[in-house]
Design a protein around this ligand. Structure first.
Ligand SMILES: [Zn+2]
Length: 308
């Protein structure tokens, strides 16, 4: 089975100031762990190209793209929301992060890769059609999904999001798009403080209570996600892979363990093996405790590529 790993050096040049949790070390921690544990030995490695503005424009308003481009500072930082800032490398990093998902879709649909992991930042799932927010600038997964649909001929694509925060940007972009089913779990009443009531019939949002553990995840997946995915019958699955529901990550109060990330990934992979030729593209979203992030991402990628 062909598996690919996509990243880009620009993912480590974008940073939002001293002490910001969404930091360059996140992708480095994952890359180091995957290298050290031999996982990268069995994956073909690629550098992410820049997405074109046309490709990003399938998920975002062109006016927003041009405004963001114009805001990019020549030095220092410029704030785009209270938690989110640009440095001189941010716009380029965001283009490459979105480009990773475009490339991933092409590797799967044109070059017979089955599983792709994109270790890129900035993350994407809080970026709505017309604005950056919550550490996100472009909705990377949404750009990849729209590329698969509009350019590569697919008719139905599913997005799975297990980040601890609700993927409000993906919901904003895909609500009402009948070609896309989004299934997700997230901690209720946590940033961005919505999602309990889905914005459309193509969204399966499963809010989880604070301090719930992997048992609540397992129930959500078995009772909600899998039936919704089966009735939608996607041709390919994208994963917004956030690792901030981990019990060691103090961004949330969920209590997941390393092994829960392996479990949920095995469920996703088993579904795609049965329903859509095993096609899965996964991309990094959140995860802020570097140790828990690296371990959980390793288990996620191992399960993704069938290495466990
Ligand atoms: Zn998150």
């Amino acid at each position: 089975m062909k598996a690919a790993y996509i990243s880009h050096p620009s993912s480590q040049r974008h940073e939002m100031g001293e002490g910001h949790p969404e930091c360059p070390d996140r992708v480095a921690a994952i890359a180091d762990r995957l290298l050290m544990r031999g996982v990268l030995d069995v994956m073909d490695q690629f550098e992410a190209p820049r997405a074109t503005l046309e490709q990003i424009g399938r998920a975002h308003d062109m006016r927003y793209l041009l405004e963001l481009q114009a805001m990019a500072p020549g030095a220092g930082y410029v704030a785009v929301d209270p938690d989110t800032a640009m440095n001189p490398h941010t716009f380029d990093a965001a283009l490459h992060a979105a480009g990773a998902l475009v490339m991933a879709a092409e590797l799967v649909l044109q070059r017979d890769y089955k599983r792709v992991f994109c270790n890129v930042r900035p993350p994407g799932h809080h970026a709505v059609r017309g604005a950056a927010s919550g550490f996100c600038f472009f909705n990377n997964a949404a750009v990849g999904i729209r590329h698969a649909l509009d350019e590569l001929g697919l008719e139905r694509v599913a997005l799975v999001d297990f980040d601890v925060h609700h993927g409000n940007g993906s919901e904003d972009i895909f609500a009402g798009d009948e070609r896309v089913l989004m299934v997700s779990t997230f901690q209720t009443r946590l940033y961005p403080f919505n999602g309990d009531e889905p914005m459309g019939p193509n969204l399966c949002n499963v809010p989880l209570k604070p301090y719930s553990d992997g048992d609540a995840l397992r129930a959500a997946v078995s009772e909600r996600w899998i039936p919704a995915l089966q009735s939608f019958s996607p041709q390919m699955v994208f994963v917004s892979a956030g690792f901030d529901a981990h019990r060691e990550d103090d961004m949330s109060q969920l209590m997941w363990r390393d092994e829960d990330y392996a479990w949920v990934t095995r469920e996703i992979v088993a579904f795609t093996d049965d329903w859509c030729q095993g096609r899965v593209v996964s991309a990094l979203e959140g995860g802020y405790h570097l140790g828990a992030l690296a371990r959980s991402a390793e288990l996620h990628v191992r399960a993704l590529i069938g290495l466990d």
